[in-house]
Ligand binder design. Sequence first.
Ligand SMILES: NC(=O)c1ccc[n+]([C@@H]2O[C@H](COP(=O)([O-])OP(=O)(O)OC[C@H]3O[C@@H](n4cnc5c(N)ncnc54)[C@H](O)[C@@H]3O)[C@@H](O)[C@H]2O)c1
Length: 336
Amino acid sequence: MKVLIGGGAGYIGSTIASACADAGITPLILDNLVTGRREFAAGREFYEGDIADGQLVDRVFKEHPDIDAVIHCAALIVVPDSVADPVGYYRANVAKSLEFVAHLLRNRCERLMFSSSAAIYGAGADLTVDENSPIDPQSPYARTKAVCEAMFGDIAAAQPIRVLSLRYFNPIGADPRMRTGLQLPKPTHALGKMMQAQEEGIPFEVTGTDYPTRDGSGIRDYIHVWDLATAHVAALGRFDALLASADAYTAINLGTGQGTTVRELLEAFNDVASVPIKARDTGRRPGDVAGAYTRIDRATKLLDWHPQYGIPESIRHSLQWAAVRDELLSGWDARS
Ligand SMILES: NC(=O)c1ccc[n+]([C@@H]2O[C@H](COP(=O)([O-])OP(=O)(O)OC[C@H]3O[C@@H](n4cnc5c(N)ncnc54)[C@H](O)[C@@H]3O)[C@@H](O)[C@H]2O)c1
């Protein structure tokens, strides 16, 4: 089997590429390196360029007429940037996705997987969501994902392509074999902030302690990026069974089914880390939400997939990756 991964030189796409390769599936990478890393495409067939570049996509399919499926991870993903530059975000995530799918149709690609996000869900009363929960994205970034899902649904209903949207919860960790991980030196999620606090010897700030969760801090469904990647491999194997011609579009949540609060993550971090960190309670940040975790039934049933890694391994792999990242990303500009 052969798959084309748009955005395959990014954090998640490169991990999917490794999981595919380990499973005997050949990954081809298409990435314009706007945030991705050339190092993450090393050893793979790599097409450097834009998903919206029709000539390039035509060339990929001409050189590989045996592509079985396309995984579309290419996007801009920074929520505050999307608030500041909605035009840029809708262009990058929606307009280019539309161009991409048109190029795929022209090349008779029949199977597409789309990297969607749990951020498309509105806040639920009990902090859990499933695929039928109301869609109510809270940022321009999240809305680009919801718009793409609707667009792909309409296209799949009318054209000979079937689309599976995978709605990721909160990926953390790195490839357990340390081939790839988060390219950013200062990730903005809670685990990234904990790692930064450890490195700089400063307290970690628990931002928001009055959420309706068991300890008042925000809750997330942290999924190890390798588990996320193996879910794509499982979905590739079951794609045709999942998406029979009558049902050309569907969505599946990818999380662990376990909610972890910020305080619980901190406790787990201090259990794993060589140097424990202290914490300080502060108020909510603008735009922050209590969070949510998924009911996992649909993914386990349809994909026959279960996450293998828990929070401690995810933290351990993130710390291991942070220790080797600068060496592996040789051209990295430490100021960014
Ligand atoms: N990281 C998360 O927390 C998270 C959560 C939910 C969903 N997602 C989705 O998963 C996907 C991958 O995210 P990531 O965390 O790996 O981000 P990333 O920035 O590491 O990866 C995105 C990749 O896409 C490439 N890219 C962007 N626009 C492109 C274009 N027009 N043409 C070709 N390549 C392009 C970038 O260079 C990069 O390699 C995204 O679609 C994102 O919305 C991510």
